[in-house]
Design a protein around this ligand. Structure first.
Ligand code: ADP
Ligand code: MG
Length: 706
């Protein structure tokens, strides 16, 4: 545990001290080279080997001066985790000595022998080479552990034939696609200055902390990140006294160190608080350019785990570690910004800015409605299946919260009232009059919406807590790019721009306003209402993922240069395989625990009960309650035995299913329900067996002790 004295090391000095940021590059690189890097970051140039050589040398010296001995190309394969392969800087000089070397080639291209990363059939093992190339939009950083320091270079991972094998390449391509179309629209609106558009992303990360001592005694948590058994103690979360409550000292200490670690690598961790469920917390860094934000979020997740261990705890990132209490998600705050600093979702201060804002907001509404299935698919994982549609989480229906005032403005435009009413009652003319000041919405105002407009950004709340945010952002960017492309086609041809804007918004909004819902998204009425509106409600990941191989999805991604047909198909397979694997492990541990831990303990306990009963019978003091309890335990134990056998059978069948799609379906339709049946018996037993005899730490220990 490292305690930093901020009077000796001011935060401003500590911040970014382990990050090879633009500030560091500006200071250390020759002026012309730094300018080149800025141009590459802005997408105006390709990184040349000559420039890379200079950067590599400077990066190496910087890293070595801070104690680094190794470097790694740090990337996100489709497993959703981050992967690293470490190389040392040493180069033998032939006389028994070494020098520290790092070339431009090593900076822009690594070559992990990555044959065991999933490629969905894209890459045969015999030519298992994949290349990783530095993603200049995300800064290199140093990772320190007690034994040493490593230079980490955020990279994109591509196969020998140029196909994307990771989550980063498609994200970068999607931002490019969005930029092209957004700039076309901006030009048509008379903007001559913006050259590029990028997206800004600020993810709010939820997680649980549990005491390491109890965690270690739960093989299910250890292997799958969630408890496959467990019942809530009398005190659940119904008191809601944990939310924003005072932090326990142990947690406060953990958070302080988490912040410090993140600050060092240049991640602007800003807010942290208790969440709704007991022992649940949230951390939110300030938003960054999306590519940097994606990497930062991976690091945040990793750092939560490392720092928690230093404090005798374990960080849980699973979407639903505990049944019956809130799950964990990630709020993906997303906006579009130009290279000259305009946030397109900031309601404007003048008539032109208003028209732009309304047009881009309309594009998001249309994109989310038209591509709701893709957006749903972007968060389809086995972990998220426990959340979406459950009553404390965003429902599986994709809808947008717009808030009253903004909805009214759009409604008025759609009804041909040539604008919206201002507070003074006058009618807005798009491009001529100003909008009324929109009240800045705090996102907490409608926590039930899966996609909320929150004042100057949209907040996508369906993302799972353990997921990389790369894919949700990629799909979202492409969906919006497609709508903007159609807008641009119309605008470029229109003689009267204001009229054209008005018509586009009117037409688009009238057609897609069904996706707007400002009410409580957790109610049954909304589920029925959404059905009437024709909004899809896809409740499980397997069904949700199927949209990825529809011809229109494949065409969409192809048109914007984000995925080839092959890549779309391979990703679909990889996601299904991952889904199956996850449930396979969970089912395996369920059987293992039921048979080898629960069953023997309960049998011992029953034997003890029988012995006690016999002793009591000998003195004529048997109580009927004792008999009932013993009988019920015996029944449940026998039922548990049977249910476990059934689970084993369906699991075997699922494992033997060759077709990837049919296999995922088998896991979803047969294995999951069968696991639930086993759980029901175990949980019923937990309530009857004495606490001392129960072999696993319970929810009380896991959720309330820290
Ligand atoms: P909340 O009410 O949801 O807590 P905050 O204002 O605290 O809202 O913001 C939550 C997250 O949204 C933070 O990570 C913040 O940096 C991010 N955010 C704010 N503005 C933008 C923006 N323009 N683009 C992307 N993310 C943003
Ligand atoms: Mg929020």
């Amino acid at each position: 545990m490292s305690v930093i004295d901020f009077t000796k090391t001011p935060v401003a000095e500590l911040f970014g001290s382990n990050c090879f940021s633009n500030a560091v590059m500006k200071e250390r690189l020759p002026k012309n080279i730094y300018k080149e890097i800025l141009a590459v970051q802005a997408g105006e140039k390709e990184l040349t080997l000559a420039v890379a050589e200079v950067v590599a040398a400077v990066m190496r010296d910087w890293a070595i001066s801070k104690g680094a001995s190794h470097y790694t190309h740090w990337f996100q394969p489709l497993t959703g985790l981050t992967a690293e392969k470490h190389d040392s800087f040493i180069a033998p000089t032939g006389d028994g000595k070494v020098i520290m070397e790092f070339s431009g080639k090593e900076l822009v291209k690594g070559e992990p022998d990555a044959s065991s990363f999933p490629s969905g059939g894209l890459r045969a093992t015999f030519e298992a080479r994949g290349y990783t190339a530095w993603d200049v939009t995300s800064p290199a950083f140093l990772k320190q552990d007690p034994t040493g320091t490593t230079l980490c270079i955020p990279t994109a991972f591509i196969s020998y034939y140029g196909q994307a094998l990771d989550k980063k390449v498609p994200l970068l391509k999607s931002v490019d696609a969005l930029s092209v179309q957004a700039i076309r629209v901006l030009r048509a609106l008379g903007n001559e200055t913006s050259r590029r558009l990028f997206t800004t992303v600020g993810p709010e990360q939820e997680y649980f902390l549990v005491d390491k001592e109890y965690f270690d005694k739960r093989p299910d948590l250890l292997l799958t990140g969630r408890t496959v058994f467990g019942v809530l103690p009398a005190k659940g979360q119904e008191m809601e006294d944990h939310y924003f409550g005072a932090l326990k000292e142990k947690v406060a200490g953990f958070m302080r160190e988490l912040n410090t670690e993140l600050w060092k690598v240049g991640i602007p961790a800003k807010t942290q608080h208790n969440e709704v469920a007991p022992n649940q917390f949230e951390i939110a860094p300030v938003f960054l350019n999306s590519t940097a934000a994606v990497d930062a979020n991976q690091l945040v997740m990793e750092t939560i785990k490392t720092v928690a261990r230093r404090h005798g705890m374990e960080g849980l990132l699973h979407e639903k570690p505990f049944a019956g209490v809130n799950g964990s998600g990630k709020h993906n705050n997303w906006s579009m910004a130009t290279d000259d600093g305009v946030n397109l979702f900031e309601p404007g201060e003048n008539p032109e800015a208003n028209a732009r804002f309304l047009l881009f907001a309309a594009a998001v509404v249309e994109a989310v409605d038209r591509y709701a299935l893709l957006i749903r698919a972007s968060v389809a994982t086995s972990g998220n299946d426990h959340r979406l549609g459950a009553n404390e989480a965003p429902p599986a229906i994709v809808s947008i919260f717009f808030g009253g005032p903004l909805t009214e403005i759009f409604d008025n435009i759609a009804e041909g009232k040539s604008g919206g009413k201002t507070e003074s009652g006058s009618v807005i003319k798009l491009g001529v009059t100003s909008l009324p000041a929109l009240p800045k919405d705090v996102s907490d105002r409608n926590r039930t919406s899966p996609f909320a407009f929150t004042g100057n950004k949209f907040e996508f709340r369906m993302v799972g807590s353990s997921q990389s945010i790369a894919t949700p952002n990629t799909y979202l960017n492409v969906a919006v790019a497609q709508v903007l492309k159609e807008y641009a086609d119309k605008l470029e041809k229109a003689p009267n721009k204001n009229e054209a804007i008005q018509n586009i918004i009117k037409e688009s909004y009238s057609k897609h306003k069904r996706v707007i819902f400002n009410g409580n998204g957790y109610t049954d009425e909304w589920v029925r209402e959404a059905e009437r509106r024709g909004l899809p409600n896809v409740k499980n990941a397997v069904d949700a993922l199927s949209v990825l191989i529809r011809s229109e999805s494949i065409a969409l991604f192809e048109d914007h240069g984000v995925f080839t047909k092959e890549e779309s198909e391979s990703r679909y397979h990889i996601y299904l395989e991952k889904y199956s694997k996850q449930i396979n492990i969970e089912a395996g541990i369920t059987i293992e625990l039921a048979r080898r831990v629960i069953f023997p303990s309960v049998s011992d306990f029953s034997a003890k009960l029988a012995k006690d009963a016999a002793a009591l019978a000998a003195i004529g003091a048997v109580s009927s309650a004792q008999e009932k309890r013993a009988k019920r335990i015996a029944e449940l134990t026998s039922e548990l035995f049977d249910e476990t056998a059934k689970l084993e059978t369906v699991l075997g069948e699922a494992q033997d299913t060759a077709d990837v799609q049919a296999q995922a379906k088998a896991y979803f339709e047969k294995v999951r329900p069968s696991m639930d049946n086993v759980r029901e018996k175990v949980d019923a037993l937990e309530k009857l067996v004495s606490k001392e005899a129960w072999p696993l730490p319970g929810y009380e220990e896991l959720l309330f002790k820290l």
